[in-house]
Design a protein. Structure first.
Length: 194
């Protein structure tokens, strides 16, 4: 079980990092959650995406330590390793930065990030962040966690697009978030079929 979880974190983090750096960064697209917050910060200030993910996640993880330790333990390694991989593989953005097709990059980026998240969820781990916060909120209020995550993600993408003053970015980033959600759901559904 430990080996499976470790492999899911390694493979999932790799897919997330590739999706972010090869497809989202070159087109200045956003994702939801702490990855989206990291991307907005990167586009506006140049700060590393993974570093922002760790900073934003710190209070969420402190809260989860007291609220529900299983959330904490199941997400900490995934969050740290995916943040590290995103920054480590950042040079990949130069592969496609001069040849972007924004709508294709939004779809591909969303699918690859969603695949990475889905692989992690397959073995009960995650990247934590606002998804973790949304899950805790949904459980405490007995509401659908998917809807809470969607609302959190939309608010991050909408706010990020306002900060970046890019109308096209909002629509394409929403498309990327939808692709992340669909792919993650499909991977999760595949596990339930097994």
């Amino acid at each position: 079980m430990f080996l499976n979880k470790t492999l899911s974190i390694l493979i999932g983090s790799f897919f997330i990092a590739v999706g972010v750096n090869v497809f989202l960064v070159p087109s200045e697209l956003l994702d939801g959650g702490t990855i989206g917050i990291g991307l907005v910060s990167h586009y506006v200030t140049g700060i590393q995406v993974g570093l922002v993910i760790i900073i934003v996640n710190t209070p969420i993880f402190i809260f989860s330590w007291f609220y529900n330790r299983s959330f904490f333990y199941n997400s900490l390694h995934g969050m740290l390793f995916s943040a590290f991989m995103i920054d480590l593989l950042y040079p990949l953005h130069s592969i496609s930065e001069h040849h972007t097709i924004p709508i294709i990059f939004a779809i591909m980026g969303g699918i690859i990030v969603g695949l990475g998240i889905g692989i992690m969820l397959w073995f009960n781990t995650s990247v934590g962040g606002t998804d973790l916060l949304a899950l805790m909120f949904a459980r405490s209020r007995n509401v659908n966690p998917g809807m809470v995550i969607f609302i959190f993600d939309f608010m991050i993408v909408f706010t990020g697009s306002l900060i970046m003053s890019s109308e096209g970015s909002l629509l394409l980033s929403c498309l990327a978030v939808i692709c992340v959600g669909i792919t993650t759901s499909l991977v999760s559904a595949a596990k339930q079929v097994q």
